[in-house]
Design a binder for this molecule. Sequence first.
Ligand SMILES: Cc1ncc(COP(=O)(O)O)c(C=O)c1O
Length: 482
Amino acid sequence: MSNVTFLSGENIPLEMHRVCMVQRVNLLPVEKRLHSMREAGFNTFLLKNRDVFLDMLTDSGVNAMSENQYAAMMQANDSYAGSETFYRLEAVLQDIFQMKYFLPAHQGRACENIISKTLVKPGMVALMNYHFTTTRAHITVMGGSVEEIIGDEGLNVQSDSQFKGDVDIDKLNEAISRLGKEKIAFMRIEAGTNLIGGQPVSMNNMREVSRICRANGVPLVYDASLLADNLYFIKMRDAEYKNVDIKEITREIASLMDIVYFSGRKLGSARGGGIITSNEKLFFKMRELIPLYEGFLTYGGMSVREMEALAVGMQETMDIDVISQTPIFVEAMCNELLAQGIPVVTPPGGLGCHVDAKQFCSHIPQTQYPAGALAAALFIAGGVRCMERGTLSEMRNDDGSDRLAEMELIRLAIPKRVFTLSQIKYTVDRLTWLYRNRNLIGGLEFVEEPNVLRFFFGRLQPIGNWPDLLVERFRKDFGESL
Ligand SMILES: Cc1ncc(COP(=O)(O)O)c(C=O)c1O
């Protein structure tokens, strides 16, 4: 990140880019926002873009692309087999990760499908610092299960720990001796651990996990979807890496892993995904599944234009001025919210700002989905779309009861180089208003609940008429304001 000091002493997240292309957004009046929310079944995934003012649902596939990415798309070489575009992308990934083989896939979860089909057998356990929704779903579908072995600090909403995504080494050793290597499908480390607030994993921790996995013959899989943020935090928070080039840090991480996979919707700011490995045996096993589920080996479900954009985006990810933009905005937003007394995950992570709905809406029981309710309330209050990352995003227990999430969060994603500081300030303003009126927010209940990944399509309704009361209060406090 470029070192710029302000005369005022303020810590302002300065943009190291200029905006060349823009898209119009709409801010509907509060009554219409409530109407849209009702139509969306109080699920922010079901809102229509035309009704959303600031889309902080995710960074997936919506990071701003650079002029060089767009330019590269124009020289894509299309063919079913053997396209030049594929070989360009392969060469970039081989160079960055210093790994031998690349398998293309249409997105991150497609990689998870291939890896799970290759390594998970019924009854097996996949160990990981923390699960991601699609990861767990693919492992469970194969008859396996997930065991999380994150350090205790990782689940503390407010903490001083700089690497909350670290694996608990004692738990790893214990799990290996309890289960035995035959029962362990793989160990997975998720960079920039998503569901606990975009929290990084330290290099020391990865080194130790790798040493133990290699000594015990357990394959080590790295989910690099949020690698960009993790690289930034290693450079900023680990003195050993202060002067180490981002590419060198990436290569060191990759040298510790057996398989690296990623969502190109996140890493590389394009769309697509892929698996990289130097392990020949695993490569040949996984390769068989690519034509079956993804497409031929030289496109794997991706359009060649996206592959070109991904190749350039991956190279740009090695630039600290590019990858610092989201984390410094997340930090600025978290600090402003904290100044208003609003509970957020600390230290600020990558990916987005995470608000603790358990504290924010402490009057709503977890079985009434406080994070889902807060996400709906924020859209009504400000037209800002965020994502529930709490009990609603969990699967039910076998007995049909809700599995209560360890962390009940809303995530305000800050896609790379998309929002301005005034838009961040507006969001903080509406959240502050909501916090002062939090007692008006009530719970939600399902009216339509899918069995798998219910948070995507499920429809809910408010318990009571709290959304109307919220609109009434908004009009009272803000008058004619949108
Ligand atoms: C850590 C992590 N892994 C995997 C995925 C799945 O990637 P995709 O959405 O491209 O399928 C995501 C997406 O959000 C993610 O954040």
